[in-house]
Design a protein around this ligand. Structure first.
Ligand SMILES: Cc1cc2nc3c(=O)[nH]c(=O)nc-3n(C[C@H](O)[C@H](O)[C@H](O)COP(=O)(O)OP(=O)(O)OC[C@H]3O[C@@H](n4cnc5c(N)ncnc54)[C@H](O)[C@@H]3O)c2cc1C
Length: 320
């Protein structure tokens, strides 16, 4: 069985920062992230929004912040301590250690845990149409990882809310042609975004259901059906961004009794939960205030320092 001094659960910004501090303290650790990308809410909900309150990073968009955290981890040779597609489903108290159970069947033993699971796993809703799974990352996307993917492309953004328009506006200067496709006649996005999109010659198709995504090796077209007339047509496009909302799932860790309130896991002044050697930081902690990245970073640094001190009672080398 794999054994570590520390397991960090969650690869959002706060878990990543906790990993950096763990590496600087030379702890043996692993970070487990349930989805297939690091960055948590920042990447799944606002990668291109400016994060004006980022300490020391002028003009940083969400994904710049995460890229920089990953670069810092790379510089410390800690990328191998980070694992994707590793969802923690339970934690078992095993004398003075914990067994961390993963959905994939693996079990990891650890002396301490830092929970950084935010408000849970954010999973984009799917359209469930033919071609969607087949062309994932070959023209089908749920968010914009890189604007370059859309350079000179004909793009259909599915959805009529803020995220659909935010993505569309984010790439409108890169794409050759861009459509917003909404299944009814209501657009829920901010009127200013809709106006901007129209001014930049974006096209809006209302009352259209996407019924298939077609192509050979990658997306070549989509078939849309008018909800009023039922008539179908093929739209020649290269890429589809599906932005119809997210599902949020928070694990309960049934074998361990961590005290919670309406904000999250209850923690003491050192960020330790009601179970000794399990700490929590960031949005999953019961911090009764605005959700600031900077608060979560501070909690993660404090929690990891406390863990390092308890694991190295003879004393810690100063970090800086
Ligand atoms: C639209 C929006 C804009 C924001 N803008 C700002 C801003 O400008 N400035 C600012 O300071 N803050 C901002 N915030 C708040 C900030 O994004 C959050 O405080 C921050 O993301 C919290 O980070 P976290 O790592 O605690 O949680 P998250 O970002 O939620 O990350 C948690 C991670 O844990 C993973 N996870 C969950 N469950 C498990 C499990 N069982 N096993 C393994 N992994 C798991 C998730 O997949 C996710 O990757 C904004 C939030 C939103 C929604």
């Amino acid at each position: 069985m794999e054994e570590y001094e520390l397991v960090i659960v969650g690869g959002g910004p706060i878990g990543l920062y906790g990993a950096l501090i763990a590496k600087l303290y030379n702890l043996s650790f692993i970070l487990l992230e349930s989805t297939n990308s690091f960055g948590g809410q920042v990447i799944s909900l606002y990668p291109t929004k400016p994060v004006e309150d980022s300490p020391g990073l002028a003009n940083a968009e969400g994904k710049d912040l995460i890229d920089n955290l990953l670069k810092q981890l790379e510089k410390q040779n800690a990328i191998q301590n980070l694992r994707l597609n590793s969802k923690v489903i339970d934690i078992i108290n095993n004398n003075d250690k914990f067994l961390v159970k993963l959905e994939n069947g693996n079990v990891i033993s650890t002396k301490a845990i830092l929970l950084a699971i935010g408000f849970g796993e954010v999973v984009p809703k799917t359209l469930n149409v033919p071609g969607e799974k087949e062309f994932l990352d070959k023209g089908v996307y749920y968010y914009v990882k890189s604007r370059e993917d859309f350079k000179g492309k004909r793009v259909a953004v599915i959805g009529g809310g803020d995220s659909a328009f935010d993505w569309a506006l984010d790439i409108i200067d890169y794409a050759n042609e861009i459509y917003i496709i909404q299944h009814n006649d209501k657009l829920k996005a901010a009127p200013l975004s809709i106006e901007k999109f129209k001014q930049k010659n974006g096209k809006i198709l209302l009352n259209k259901n996407v019924i298939s995504i077609n192509g050979k090796d990658r997306v070549e077209s989509i078939t849309i059906q008018d909800v009023v007339s039922n008539s179908k047509e093929d739209l020649q496009i290269d890429s589809v961004i599906i932005a119809i909302g997210n599902l949020i799932h928070r694990e309960q860790f049934p074998s361990i009794n961590l005290e919670k309130n309406q904000y999250g896991f209850i923690i003491d002044k050192d960020c330790q939960t009601s179970v000794k050697n399990i700490y929590a930081a960031g949005d999953c902690s019961a911090y009764d205030g605005s959700r600031f990245l900077s608060v979560g970073f501070g909690q993660a640094a404090l929690a990891v320092e406390m863990i390092a001190r308890s694991l190295r009672p003879a004393g810690l080398a100063p970090l800086h």
